[in-house]
Every structure is written in C-alpha cells, then in structure tokens.
Write a new protein. Sequence first.
Length: 300
Amino acid sequence: MPLEGHVEGRYSRAMATNPLGVHSFVWVGGWDREQCESAVASTVEAGYDLVEISGMNPAAIDIEHTRGRLEESGLGATVTLGLPVSADINSSDAEAIERGRAILMGALDVTSGIGADFLGGVIYSALHKYDAPATDATRRNSAAVIREVAQEARGRGVRIGLEFVNRYESNLLNTVQQTLDYIDLVGEDNVFVHADVYHMNIEERNFRDPLLACGDRLGYVHIGESNRGYLGTGTIDFDEVFGALVESGYDGAITFESFSSLVVDDALAVALCVWRNLWDDNMDLAKRARAFMLERLPAS
Ligand code: MN
C-alpha cells in the first residue's frame, strides 16, 4: 500500500508546502490604491497564498496602504522588478549604476515596508535586448551593487533573488549556472536563484538538471507557459518541472506569471514584447493555473 498522501511513483514527499503565488500583472497594470485593493481581492478569490507586486516604480507604491490590505487579507507578498536601461547596473555608466542602486534600495524599502521578505526579478541588469555581450567590468559593477543591496536586505530579513532570463531580455544571466557563478561573485548568503521556466525553456538543455543544480540556493520559482498564457497550452514539460522541484526538496514560493495585452504596464509590455492578447478572463486563467500547479505537487 502506498503511504497516505503519496502519489504513486512520482514523488518522494507526502505533502506540498510551497506557497502558491500569482503575479499582479494578471490583475492590474500598476499598483495605485485602487489597483492594490483589486489585485489583493482577486488573488484571495482565486485561492492563492501570495501576490507578486511589481517594484519597477517603487516611489508610486503607498507602502502603508499596501501593508494594511495585505494584513487584512492574510495574503503574503513578494516584490520583483526589471531595471530600465537608464538605470542599468550592468554597465560602465556611473550615473546609470547610481540610478539602478537607488531603484533597488527603493524597492527594498517597499519590500520590507509592506512586510514581505523577498525581492527578486531582473535586478542585476536592465530588462532589455542588449546589442553586445556583458563584460567582466559590467558584471563586476552589477555584482557590487547587488552585494550592497543584499547586505542592506539582510538586516531587514529580506532575501534577494536573481531571475536569469532569456538572451533577448539580458546579456548577463541567461542560465542557472551563470547565476550560481554570479552569486559566488557577490558572496552574500541571502542571494538566491530566481528560476523561471519560461526562460529555462529557451536557454537550458532541460529543466531537471539545472533545477537540481541549484540545491538550497533555489529561492523563488516562476511558472509560466512557453507562450506566457494558459498553463498547458504550450510546450513546457511541467511534469518534469514539478518533478524536479519536488525531488530537490524545494519548499519556497511558486508563482504563476502570465502576460496579456489585456492588462499591461506600458514599460513592461515593451520590455517583454507583450504584443497580443493571450486571455480575456483573468480569474479563470488564475484559478486554472493554481489547479494545474496543485495537480503536479504532492497531495496535501
Ligand atoms: Mn519571470
């Protein structure tokens, strides 16, 4: 007889403990008070444990208001962003690096201020199609800023996540191995890999080997389909993805990410090339995504 809660032949753990999240761009294109209230309510209605908030414009976020809505709802939160070209710390432009440092410190203020403990995304580089490779100099400049942010974050109990992305969105970190090497360069123990299977699907040989290679340095996971729409409508092997997450013992957050021209932040839509409409009903999308992920995690 199989153990209670054990899914025959697939998983070694009896229960999934991963908090499940949804990116706020499934609901809203920004984070003013009204958008915050709408996104929090929708995230709760769809059954998720946390909402991922875009920190691209930290000055526009009312920290106290967001903290209050999160506490009322019992919802967790994370903050992610991609740096703009004008604030690229993966560069040799001292003014841009300083602007990037300021954005990251502002996003850290938002993260700790709203009661969250994770700041991730493309924070080590611009979210941008570069026209030349990264250099040792730009990599070191980036790592120096991330080291400073991580040191400040440690005192606030915040973990830093580096989301490696496909070659069209950064020239610095495109794979798990590059990210692990960069984390070694940074040298701070609160810096983790932020993996996104949409990007892995483009750059890695498979999902299992790189996910297992992260070990306990896997800190956050984005689940997205190859077309960034409904899970199960593209080419990603989610049985392999979730099998590897379970095999690795990963117990951190798993957040669904999907983008459509129906709900966009203008700057991010351009950076991510969100040109077409992948869905109309975001509640249906989010509920189906949660069910899809739960089906592939050990029964709780
Ligand atoms: Mn992502």
